[in-house]
Design a protein around this ligand. Structure first.
Ligand SMILES: O=C(CO)COP(=O)(O)O
Length: 249
């Protein structure tokens, strides 16, 4: 049985009450026959709004981060338990923007994945090399190291996560990895997961980085690309719906 693909939108720090309303209503109306799983990962203040708007629809709700702590004196943090109260099904952890601008380490990202799993939230664990790392021939070493940290901390739960391979040089640049480049890394990650769990085939490995309506189909046709994590194109309902259609084919 082939597993369902997952198309997740990462709105990043975009949106407002009015724009979110229009976007979510258009998605809910347009994705009735979706043959894949669909989620939107929204800024924390809008979780309640989007939860209400998606009521009864197949659109899943995601967060863009989660604290590694359960509760307590951690100003500014949002716990997995809080996310749960708003019907959150997915939480992005370790996005390269958080690794880059907020100093998140491999170890912290692994702890965040664990905190999400403990509350029944599926972490979407982002990994990927920078341009300098790729050009230095270090892609394999970097993504394996990032993946290994998450496997190490999450042990037997590892088949419950979603992985997103997002080459940093492809994010927001319009420069997409070729289907072959992406597949090569996805296959490598699948192999690494298979060494840790007999359920590696169950894990959705998403591609992210300038995925759009025009290139989605060829990326999603690769054997180890099980969906997409979409930034810019997830803010336009028509584009996002086209990607959903490509993943449903
Ligand atoms: O970072 C991404 C999703 O998490 C990708 O962003 P873009 O689709 O805008 O390149």
């Amino acid at each position: 049985m082939t597993k369902r693909k997952l198309i997740a939108g990462n709105w990043k720090m975009n949106g407002n009450l009015e724009a979110n309303d229009a976007l979510v209503r258009a998605l809910v109306a347009g994705m009735k026959d979706a043959g894949c799983d669909v989620a939107v990962c929204v800024p924390a203040p809008y979780l309640a709004q989007v939860q209400m708007l998606r009521h009864g629809a197949k659109l899943e709700l995601g967060a863009q981060d989660v604290s590694q702590h359960a509760s307590g004196a951690y100003t500014g943090e949002v716990s997995a338990a809080m996310l749960r109260e708003f019907g959150v099904r997915y939480a992005i952890v370790g996005h390269s923007e958080r690794r880059q601008y907020h100093g998140e380490t491999d170890a912290l990202v692994a702890e965040k994945a664990k905190a999400a799993l403990a509350l029944g939230i599926t972490p979407i664990v982002c990994i990927g090399e920078t341009l300098a790392e790729r050009e230095a021939g270090r892609t394999e070493e970097v993504v394996k190291r990032q993946m290994a940290a998450v496997i190490h901390v999450n042990g037997h739960c590892i088949s419950e996560i979603v992985v997103a391979y997002e080459p940093v040089w492809a994010i927001g640049t319009g420069r997409t990895a070729t289907p072959e480049q992406a597949q090569q890394v996805h296959a490598l990650l699948r192999k690494q997961l298979a060494a840790a769990t007999p359920q590696a085939e169950r894990v959705n490995i998403l591609y992210g980085g300038s995925m759009n309506a025009a290139n989605a189909a060829s990326l999603l046709a690769q054997p180890d690309i099980d969906g997409g994590l979409i930034g810019g194109a997830s803010l336009k309902s028509a584009d996002f719906l086209q990607i959903i259609a490509a993943a449903s084919a």
